[in-house]
Design a protein around this ligand. Structure first.
Ligand code: NAD
Length: 346
């Protein structure tokens, strides 16, 4: 039985595409809005081929209120998952205006339209970058937020604050779940869809696999003298399909008859901190390729070490990450090797 129609903004992007597949598997109907500012139209075909269904995508910029409203007007939507945003930390440091414009105006438009069209279930893509520099690890949802290290992180913190204020406003019986992703990596288990950045990626995994494949010349490690076990930064890598499934669980939670005016912020990470060097080693072991590595200076906007306390996701959403680091790297590497051929064959 179909559980209802869900609007996924940014549905052709990395996490959006995996989430659509998970929602389909769990009997939701989907429409997507994506303007391909950081994805390719080919994503639609890749999603359709794996999911075996047709995907309706509106090629619209969510910062355009008038055009976005038409989508709300012509569809009977039970919930919205809002992915559409820009996500590069270094790009946001170089061009904050672009990030505040796209990430804040897009979010406000979608929230306003949800109120206007009485859509009561909203999932927001937040990020562990809201924590900024923290002294206590692992970070839980109640950890005090430090100063965000980049305009990108600030857009996510501001987004969370806006949603919290709206949830508290009078007569609001809508539900909001704010998911703070740690570091989404890897590719769908079929290895027929994965991260497909338009520009040179700034995240570690696609750079590692891209260097291994010969797409990029070398991997720069931005600092090896931090106070960590091997001097390199520590991150909590989490498989993209585990992240995707949490969105289905969040929607199902909000659709329960007892759910009224919930507003919950939830970490999505494995709870394991992995260093940059350990990640490189995992790749070299799986691929049997030695990476060309150079040492760079620390990047503005990067935090030294962060990993999640994921107890709340486990208890509140009944979520359990399934993939380990080897599986994350394996799917990322298979996708890297296959993606040119898959795209050419479409
Ligand atoms: P992505 O860039 O692959 O996907 C975002 C999609 O949104 C793209 O397809 C892009 O074309 C679209 N988009 C962007 N602005 C738009 C606009 N104004 N109108 C319409 N479409 C627009 O990114 P992703 O990795 O899938 O991330 C999804 C969300 O998760 C983002 O909000 C991001 O900030 C957040 N997030 C991502 C990560 C990560 O490392 N991937 C970590 C934490 C949080």
């Amino acid at each position: 039985m179909i559980k209802g129609k869900v609007l996924v903004t940014g549905g052709c992007g990395y996490i959006g595409s995996h989430t659509i597949l998970d929602l389909w598997e769990n009997d939701f109907e989907i429409i997507s809005i994506d303007n391909f500012s950081n994805s390719l139209p080919i994503s639609i075909k890749l999603i359709e081929d794996i999911g075996g269904k047709k995907l309706v995508n509106y090629n619209i910029d969510v910062t355009d209120y008038r055009k976005t409203e038409k989508v709300f007007k012509s569809n009977d939507i039970i919930g919205v998952i809002h992915f559409a945003a820009f996500k590069s930390v270094p790009e946001s440091v170089a061009n904050p205006t672009l990030y505040y414009d796209n990430n804040m105006i897009g979010l406000l438009n979608i929230l306003k339209l949800c109120q206007l069209y009485n859509i009561k279930n909203f999932v927001f893509s937040s990020s562990c970058s809201v924590y900024g520099d923290i002294s206590e690890l692992p970070v839980s949802e109640s950890t005090n937020l430090g100063q965000q290290k980049s305009p990108y992180g600030t857009t996510k913190r501001m987004g969370e604050e806006i949603i919290n204020d709206i949830a508290k406003s009078s007569n609001n019986d809508s539900n909001y779940i704010l998911l703070r992703y740690f570091n989404p990596v890897g590719a769908h288990i079929s290895c027929k869809i994965g991260e497909l950045p338009l520009n040179k990626p700034s995240n570690l995994f696609p750079v590692v696999t891209g260097v291994g494949f010969g797409r990029f010349e070398k991997l720069t490690i931005f600092g090896n003298n931090f106070e960590t076990r091997d001097g390199t930064c520590i991150r909590d890598f989490i498989h993209v399909s585990d992240i995707a499934h949490a969105h289905t669980l969040a929607l199902e939670k909000m659709l329960m008859p007892s759910s009224k005016n919930i507003c919950e912020t939830i970490n999505l990470g494995t709870g394991n901190g992995v260093s940059i060097l350990e990640t490189v080693n995992a790749f070299e072991e799986i691929s049997e390729i030695k990476l060309n590595i150079e040492l760079g200076i620390p990047r503005e906007g990067d935090v030294v070490a962060i990993y999640a306390d994921n107890k709340k996701a486990k208890e509140y959403l009944n979520w359990n990450p399934k993939y380990n680091l080897t599986q994350m790297m394996h799917t990322a590497w298979e996708w890297e090797k296959l993606k040119d051929n898959i795209i050419l064959s479409c």
